[in-house]
Design a protein around this ligand. Structure first.
Ligand code: Z5A
Ligand code: MG
Length: 216
């Protein structure tokens, strides 16, 4: 039996994640496919509101506490993601656990500690990583308004994302993590996104796996 596909769009700040997730959603709709858009952090929940206040520097939290809130914000949607996938709905997700590791580890928290709370979340079938140089990202609108939006931080984040991607592809022995050059025109990036996502939109018969779970 076929289920929906779980596609995550990750990337550096201002790489166009939200733009590309929305474009992919529209393309799926055009070809008559059912899809749902998710975005992390989901700032609408009670946990999401705490995260939002922190990101806008309206509150201060211990680095570990905010890390666990970001993870809890994903866990509160985990069973819904699984349910939707089983019902044949494709999930398109703007940021996921990979952002969680990249940002917190960039602040100096140990990499494995950062990964631990997200182990066993529903695993995406594909991660499209939008790569852009911090210099180019800075030229795009709105940069610098929130916590973490600093060039030095973004450089560290980029390095950690690189490690995550390499480890993902070794662990799955395949190209589950695909890097896309996001420094180009929106349309060119969208074409690449579609080329990689297209093969999955008919659904998949593969069981839903769990992120970094070695017990299976
Ligand atoms: N965070 C964390 O620490 N831990 C976690 O677990 C998670 C997140 C999940 C907020 O995330 C912060 O939370 C983020 C990571 C941290 N910190 N930082 N910094 P967010 O997802 O809410 O961030 P955002 O506000 O959506 O911004 P963004 O992700 O950086 O932007 P984007 O979605 O990648 O880009 P965009 O909104 O689609 O485009 C940005 C601008 O560029 C916009 O004006 C577009 O019109 C323009 N754009 C887009 N594509 C192009 C191209 N191709 N060419 C030219 N211009 C373009
Ligand atoms: Mg965004």
């Amino acid at each position: 039996m076929s289920r929906g596909a779980f596609i995550v769009i990750e990337g550096l700040d201002r790489s166009g994640k939200t733009t590309q997730t929305a474009a992919l959603y529209e393309q799926l709709k055009e070809v008559g496919k059912v899809a749902k858009l998710l975005k992390f952090p989901d700032r609408t929940t009670a946990i999401g509101k705490m995260i939002d206040a922190y990101l806008r520097s309206q509150s201060d939290l211990d680095d570990r506490a905010i890390h666990l809130l970001f993870s809890a914000n994903r866990w509160e949607l985990a069973s819904e993601i699984e349910k939707d996938l089983k019902e044949g709905i494709n999930i398109l997700c703007d940021r996921y656990a990979f952002s969680g590791i990249a940002f917190s580890a960039s602040k100096g928290l140990p990499y494995e500690w950062c990964r631990a709370p997200d182990i066993s979340l529903p695993s995406p079938d594909l991660v499209l990583f939008l790569d852009i140089s911090p210099e180019k990202a800075k030229e795009r609108g709105g940069y610098g308004e929130e916590r973490y939006e600093k060039e030095e931080m973004q450089k560290k984040v980029r390095e950690i994302f690189k490690r995550i991607g390499e480890e993902m592809n070794v662990a799955t022995a395949g190209a589950k993590w695909v890097v896309i050059d996001a420094g180009r025109d929106c349309e060119d990036v969208a074409k690449d996104v579609w080329a990689h996502a297209e093969g999955l939109i008919e659904g998949t018969s593969q069981p839903i796996t769990r992120l970094w779970d070695t017990s299976e």
